[in-house]
Design a protein around this ligand. Structure first.
Ligand code: 2BA
Length: 109
């Protein structure tokens, strides 16, 4: 068994949730925050059989897309002003950041 952990953009989370349910995957959605942009994203925990991992990855790939997002400048607040970028910068976020972890035990009481 594997645990698929997928960090996706909030805009894609409902569509992904529906697609996973339709394909009989069980998933838990967690509200999360990106460390870099410090804005909300959604983390899915999907427990599934090894043989179904490729299908789960296909569903994630098909329902999440990359978007450009502006990063507002953050004041150095006493830090090193040399690295301070005084204008907004565009970064590409997503489609999805996915980790696949082995599961030692699964219990459902
Ligand atoms: P954030 O950390 O808010 O990052 C949003 C986007 O900002 C990233 O998109 C990337 O394009 C850019 N970015 C992140 N760190 C950067 C840095 N040090 N320098 C320059 N640009 C940087 P994605 O790579 O698609 O990541 C989307 C979200 O997935 C991340 O949101 C974070 O919540 C999660 N994530 C990505 N990589 C991760 C990792 N190795 N471990 C845990 N979570 C991760």
């Amino acid at each position: 068994m594997k645990l698929v952990v997928a960090v996706v953009q909030d805009q894609d989370s409902n569509r992904l949730s529906n697609a996973l349910t339709k394909n009989e995957f069980r998933a838990t959605k967690l509200a999360s925050t990106g460390g870099f942009l410090r804005s909300g994203n959604t983390t899915f925990l999907i427990g599934t059989e090894d043989s179904l991992v490729p299908k789960a990855l296909d569903i994630i790939r098909d329902n999440c897309r990359a978007r450009e997002q502006m990063v507002a400048p953050i004041s150095p607040m006493g830090g090193n002003a040399d690295s301070y970028i005084p204008y907004p910068v565009e970064v590409e976020v997503g489609g999805a950041t996915v980790f696949v972890l082995p599961i030692e035990q699964f219990h459902h009481f």
